[in-house]
Design a protein around this ligand. Structure first.
Ligand code: FAD
Length: 264
């Protein structure tokens, strides 16, 4: 996994909840990201000491630093623009701003041009599934950058339906009109159980449909249970990814969202 030291080129507020940070730097040479749900690891300074601890890549693999507390969070590379004759390479990350005791959100809310950000990966890319005629996406704000990538990357002949939980109406502007037009985007109010209700209303789901759902882990547990256990859909047709969990810092999204019923 390449570790890249980048510089903030610009910062923009998008709607009520997002800050878009555009990064640049020679270290973007060789960056590539081809899967809709790709992520990079972003390293943040310790909010208490201000110290930035970053692993290094060695011939034996990744080595933790001798000092400091490594604080890393996963983010979706929303857009990558390779360098051209006229402009340097640029990587855009979109951060949901959500509180104070949160290193990533805190960093993004005060980011300014010239700041440094260290980014690792992506470690690998999983391409969009092939052979499906319909893709259902379900997301809260944290997975909205990935939803945008899914819509951009799916072939034109795949029907898309995206359910997105919003906390503030202005966040609907996050998706460009052509993406909203391409997919059948349905905005949900973000109230408890709204995604589960929307998915249940779809009725029967055939083997021509792939479902990708990501967001707050606890909210996704009943959705996953419905799809995998009630409808009996196989794992290859359903991906449910707990991007964060309420009350938990730096959740590892590889951990099962429902430990009582781990993936099979
Ligand atoms: C593959 C992947 C891709 C992701 N892509 C993005 C992305 O593009 N943009 C993005 O904003 N997030 C994304 N996330 C989610 C992000 O990594 C988490 O939200 C992360 O926990 C934020 O770190 P933090 O330091 O701000 O908060 P933490 O220190 O992890 O958590 C502090 C507190 O804030 C709460 N919290 C964490 N995230 C949120 C949230 N989104 N809303 C409300 N409360 C929250 C926690 O429950 C905890 O109580 C992605 C996650 C994964 C696994």
């Amino acid at each position: 996994m390449a570790i890249r030291t980048l510089t903030v080129d610009s910062v923009a507020r998008l709607g009520a909840s997002f800050v878009r940070v555009t990064l640049t730097g020679d270290d973007l040479r060789g960056f590539t990201s081809t899967g809709p749900a790709d992520h990079v690891k972003v390293f943040f300074p310790d909010p208490v000491t201000g110290e930035l601890a970053v692993p290094t890549m060695t011939a034996e693999g990744m080595k933790r630093p001798e000092h400091g507390n490594v604080i890393a969070r996963d983010y979706t590379p929303r857009t990558f623009r390779p360098a051209t004759e006229d402009s340097p390479a640029q990587l855009e990350l979109d951060f949901v701003i959500h509180g104070t005791d949160a290193p990533a959100s805190t960093w993004a809310s005060s980011a300014a041009p010239g700041d440094t950000l260290v980014v690792g990966g992506p470690r690998g890319s999983h391409p969009a599934p092939t052979g499906m005629t319909r893709v259902i996406l379900g997301a809260d704000l944290s997975a909205l950058p990935a939803v945008a990538r899914w819509i951009e990357m799916l072939p034109d002949d795949v029907e898309i339906c995206a359910f997105v939980e919003l906390e503030h109406p202005s966040d609907a502007g996050y998706l460009d009109p052509e993406l909203v037009h391409r997919a059948n985007v349905i905005w949900l109010d973000g109230g408890s159980g709204s995604l589960e209700r929307a998915i249940r209303r779809l009725g029967d789901i055939g083997d021509d449909t792939y479902l990708w759902l990501a967001g707050e882990a606890d909210a996704l547990v009943p959705v996953r249970r419905y799809l995998r256990r009630e409808l009996g859909l196989p794992a290859k047709q359903v991906k449910v990814d707990g991007y964060w969990r309420r009350g938990e810092q730096g959740r590892d999204h590889h951990a099962p969202i429902d430990p009582s019923d781990p993936e099979d």
